[in-house]
Design a binder for this molecule. Sequence first.
Ligand SMILES: Cc1cc2nc3c(=O)[nH]c(=O)nc-3n(C[C@H](O)[C@H](O)[C@H](O)COP(=O)(O)OP(=O)(O)OC[C@H]3O[C@@H](n4cnc5c(N)ncnc54)[C@H](O)[C@@H]3O)c2cc1C
Length: 417
Amino acid sequence: MGMRFAVIGSGPAGLYAALTLAQRAKVTLVEQSEKLGGTCVLYGCIPGKAMLKAASLSAQAERLGKRLEFAFNEAQALARRASELVSKGEEYSLSDAGVEVVHGRATLTGGTLRVNDETLRVDGVIVATGTKRPEGTASDDLPSLNDFHKIAIIGGGVGGVEYAWLLRKLGKEVHVYEAEDLLLPKHDPDLRRAVTSHFQKLGVRLHLKARARVEGNKVITEEGAQEFDVVLFSFGRKPNLEGIEVPTDERGFVRVDRYMFTGISNVYAAGDVTGSFTAHEAMRKGIVAALNLLGQRTAYDGTSVPKVIYVHPQIAYFGDVSNGDCVRVQVASLPRAVAERESDGFVKVCFKEGRLAGTVAFSPEAEGVVTLASLMRGKRAEEILLEQIPHPSYLEAIWEAARQYLAKKGRVNSARP
Ligand SMILES: Cc1cc2nc3c(=O)[nH]c(=O)nc-3n(C[C@H](O)[C@H](O)[C@H](O)COP(=O)(O)OP(=O)(O)OC[C@H]3O[C@@H](n4cnc5c(N)ncnc54)[C@H](O)[C@@H]3O)c2cc1C
């Protein structure tokens, strides 16, 4: 127990780094905010999912011919409660693990860590300071915004899509401004087409190929100007690095190697501040940074990370779906979907040299479908057919894709069992 380390930031990266370090050393976690949890717990994943649950229950009831309505402020109350509970849970976990928590703004200059005008003498530091929100109103503000009717969302990427769906389902008039001709730039073209048309059917007003300029609550494009109650920016997060001297890349994120090492002796970094944007990548990076600081050489592998956009049907993807041999299974063809009156969407599974290389799903429970596919990465289609996947489930789409892939190659009977 001779070593002492510090972690800056209590988001997913900082939390998992601190818990890992605490197994073998004394740890101080420094957090500038009053509450623990970072972006994920206080403004992002947790409150967002609490609100989405309310919206998706309404959507499910509607499909079964029933009405279940949540007012915006009811969804907000669920969100705030969820954040509070998870933040408190983090406080208990850190305390149980013997991590000392210090509230204050940390600086790291010339390798010296200072908090609240004092120098902390430690054997190593993990920078897990995350990102700061964009200027103006952002999705971070949703749990605390005053109620409104008409909202413009600038950007039709991951965040824009997730929050446009949520707010539409909570009864708002939602306009999305996107510079490209389809939602979800840089994603699979099949997915982009399907999601764009699904959103049009939901009544989300899409302003595509729109170069939007914002002045106060007004959005100006070549089509003209429109006034909104709220204009929300869904992109533009920047690394939180004021007072933290570490090498950065051309985008301003911390430059690290596969071991999360910054190049400065005993200074590691993890999480969004290193340029990734999910909580699970942040957690893994936090653990990897901590293990390396403890002297155990462990590389970070980000090759098959599943990513999820929590709308309904869900959107999820992992790996390479850009080229290769892909099979598309329609959601409507799955017995579970028929039972649940789900008809929209597809699961596309791609093989390279006969091995599973990537998957994109726009389907109910896509989160599970793609996570299972990512765990099967590298398996041959023949091996996937030997797996026994619960029936009736959406997970069966992977099995069905493997069967269709082999049928295309003339290797198994192509009739549906
Ligand atoms: C609206 C929204 C929804 C999201 N939904 C999801 C989702 O569903 N699933 C998912 O995987 N990801 C989601 N994300 C992304 C997820 O929130 C981040 O990937 C995750 O929070 C990154 O964790 P982190 O620990 O790197 O940084 P953060 O969570 O940002 O934590 C950094 C912490 O460091 C503190 N800090 C910064 N500078 C200092 C300093 N100098 N001194 C002391 N403390 C400091 C900050 O106050 C903060 O608490 C969402 C993000 C947003 C904005």
